[in-house]
Design a protein around this ligand. Structure first.
Ligand code: SER
Length: 324
């Protein structure tokens, strides 16, 4: 006899996930969480090269170039994928150094995956956007969901364009695409690469290895930040929400905490009193100056019950305990 749990189990079992860009900072931990939800054999991890993180020992792994539409199609067909998590992207700082490739990777990969969903090759898409969609003319504090955008980085332009495409494919082709605007993500399992918020991860490694850190942002630069566990939980919960609950099909603001390098330093010094910091701002300062200081995530809270668990103090405690 069919009971509710049987139906839930059936849907979980019939879900087959492909993560594109699985070896990155977020992809690595998202892969582990999805393995727990769907079973390791139902999670196909893929990236341009394989990392040696243990998480990839348990799941099938495919070498996949996110700019190659036919490679993605072949992988989806081979594994009968239902849900794609498209995590491959060039982040803000790296994208400024290589704008053409950033545009190609960040934009084309999304359009390919949206096309596969439009053609019913897959059922559901997760694609991350970023606080980088906002710019100098956006309100800086508690930046609202809907406001002036004006991104000034290649990365931000690609993310805002991506958001518009997501909404367009949902409205015009019924594509079930879901997205959140990640703030800076702080984690200890895999390092970030090429972002402006990366200082908030580097600082912990150097505090423990060297006792000091030279920060590439000024001491009073406030940015929205989030612990990885919250970021992964947001990702999986928006994907598991009822489709009718997802009222925003561009991308949702999500928020956890916000701090400056100086505030982060004083939290770290509570646990590592000898830690010292110096400041040597570089080109990333200008990027950070164009982004919000904090984010209003009321829509995500109302529509799919989003709320963060980790504040700055809890993040610092987790980072130091785990990196030690
Ligand atoms: N963490 C990203 C970056 O710094 C923002 O989404 O580029």
């Amino acid at each position: 006899m069919w009971t509710c749990p049987d139906i839930v189990d059936f849907f979980l079992m019939s879900t087959k996930v492909l993560i594109i860009g699985a070896c990155g900072q977020i992809g690595t931990e998202l892969t582990a969480a999805l393995q727990t939800t769907y079973g390791a054999l139902n999670v196909i991890a893929s990236d341009i090269r394989k990392s040696d993180n243990d998480v990839f020992a348990d799941s099938p792994f495919e070498i996949l170039d996110a700019t190659n539409k036919e490679q993605i199609r072949a992988c989806i067909e081979k594994h009968q994928i239902t849900d794609v998590y498209l995590m491959a992207a060039l982040l803000s700082a790296k994208a400024e150094k290589n704008p053409e490739f950033a545009w190609e990777l960040n934009m084309n990969s999304l359009l390919y995956v949206l096309d596969f969903a439009k053609d019913k090759l897959i059922e559901k898409v997760f694609w991350p956007s970023s606080i980088a969609v906002f710019g100098k003319n956006s309100p800086k504090v508690q930046t609202p969901q809907h406001t002036i955008m004006d991104p000034s980085t290649v990365y931000g332009i690609s993310k805002l364009s991506g958001e518009r495409w997501c909404e367009y494919y949902h409205k015009n082709h019924g594509v079930d695409v879901r997205s959140v605007r990640y703030p800076g993500i702080i984690s200890w399992k895999a390092r970030p690469g090429g972002g402006t918020t990366d200082y908030a991860v580097e600082i912990f490694h150097e505090a423990l290895e060297k006792g000091s850190y030279t920060c590439f942002l000024k001491e009073d630069t406030a940015l929205p930040m989030m612990f990885m566990d919250d970021a992964v939980r947001a990702t999986i919960s928006i994907m598991n929400a009822e489709s009718s609950a997802i009222k925003i099909r561009s991308s949702y603001n999500i928020s956890a905490t916000s701090f400056t390098p100086k505030e982060l330093t004083s939290e770290i010094q509570k646990l590592l009193p000898d830690f010292t910091i110096e400041y040597a701002p570089d080109f990333r300062q200008q990027i950070a100056d164009s982004w919000p200081e904090s984010i209003d995530d009321t829509d995500a809270a109302n529509d799919w019950n989003w709320s963060a668990h980790f504040d700055t103090k809890a993040i610092v405690a987790e980072m130091i305990e785990n990196l030690r």
